[in-house]
Design a protein around this ligand. Structure first.
Ligand code: NAD
Length: 319
């Protein structure tokens, strides 16, 4: 059982991670008010939850005034996840992404302040930019190009972190910040442009698997169940964060593509394509803090997590 929350608001709850968070909170006995404008999420992600009378979904844009006014009072937990998250999505929705981390996060903070609720921002490893330190620990301030195309996401989250910290200092709001590293699993969109769903979709279709650059850039992947464990453990603690949550098993993008081709039994070949601007060369979280404070460490290894994800995509992509 979780922290015994009575009522939680989850912004971005119809998205990939958000839908798993809603599901887990409901399973732990928490009433969930999910707010999402479906910009990058979908009703199908939460379709299995809508029959539960403790679950309420409202289609609203959190950056619009009054969007959270309908939230029932009091809430004791606010999880701020509403933000486009894949590079393809935030490059398509640049201004909306900046607004999600500014007016959207502010609305969620005001709601937490209204009810004296615990608040948690879903921040990202992208605040470290193209890191000059490896692995990345929470004390590292990052290496972000403020005017590059990815800055809409990186700076949105960096601003959101500053806003959250200001609410804590100024209003005493009980805030926390989780810095999530690359997470994968069921309910990612096959066309969201992130490496795992793209490679799985291409491999299942027998198409060439497109690896950017020479594929030597690294990522450390976490299976969604582990990420959700980390998010909820941090929420249940009194810690202000930031705390890294992410996989520690670092792999090159080329190795990942080869692994997925192997798992799907596909005859796909690998095609090398241009690497996007400011794409980070290395990514691995230092998760010492998460382990020390929360007893958290990833439990689902890459072999098992990728297997479950491939099976899910194979089912969901079958007409
Ligand atoms: P996602 O795109 O699947 O989910 C984001 C959700 O937010 C979507 O359902 C979208 O419709 C909703 N949303 C966006 N703007 C909104 C707005 N203005 N009003 C209401 N709803 C809005 O992405 P995800 O991977 O599930 O990411 C969830 C959160 O976790 C994001 O804040 C993201 O930045 C963060 N995060 C994710 C990862 C990852 O690897 N998946 C890594 C780091 C951080």
């Amino acid at each position: 059982m979780g922290a015994g929350w009575k009522r939680a608001v989850v912004t971005g709850g119809a998205g990939f991670i958000g839908s798993h968070v809603c599901e887990r909170l409901l399973a732990e006995g928490t009433e969930v008010f999910c707010v999402d404008n479906l910009a990058t999420g979908s009703r199908s992600n939460i379709g299995h939850l809508t029959g539960d009378r403790r679950f309420c979904f409202v289609e609203k844009d959190v950056t619009r005034p009054g969007s959270l006014d309908a939230a029932p009072a009091p809430v004791d937990l606010v999880l701020d996840l509403a933000c486009p998250a894949s590079p393809a999505d935030y490059l398509r929705l640049p201004i909306e992404t900046l607004e999600a981390g500014s007016s959207g996060t502010r609305a969620a903070l005001d709601l937490a302040r209204r009810d004296g609720a615990r608040f948690l921002l879903a921040s990202t490893s992208e605040v470290y930019g193209d890191p000059l330190e490896h692995p990345q620990h929470e004390g590292y301030w990052g290496n972000v190009n403020p005017v590059g195309p990815r800055s809409v996401y990186d700076e949105s989250k960096r601003y959101a972190e500053a806003l959250v910290s200001a609410y804590r200092r100024t209003h005493g709001t009980d805030t926390s910040i989780v810095r999530i590293f690359n997470t994968y699993g069921p309910r990612m969109r096959a066309d969201d442009g992130r490496a795992v769903p793209t490679f799985i979709r291409q491999a299942l279709a027998g198409d060439p698997v497109t690896v950017t650059g020479d594929g030597s850039q690294t990522r450390s992947l976490a299976y969604v169940d582990d990420t959700v464990d980390g998010i909820l453990a941090l929420a249940a603690s009194r810690h202000p964060g930031p705390v890294n949550i992410g996989g520690t098993d670092e792999t090159t993008v080329l190795e990942l593509a080869e692994r997925i081709i192997g798992l799907t039994g596909s005859a796909s070949t690998i095609r090398f394509v241009d690497r996007p601007a400011d794409d980070p060369g290395k990514r691995r979280p230092d998760t010492t803090k998460a382990h020390r404070l929360l007893g958290w460490r990833p439990r689902v290894d890459c072999a098992e997590g990728l297997k479950r994800t491939v099976e899910w995509f194979a089912r969901s992509l079958t007409p």
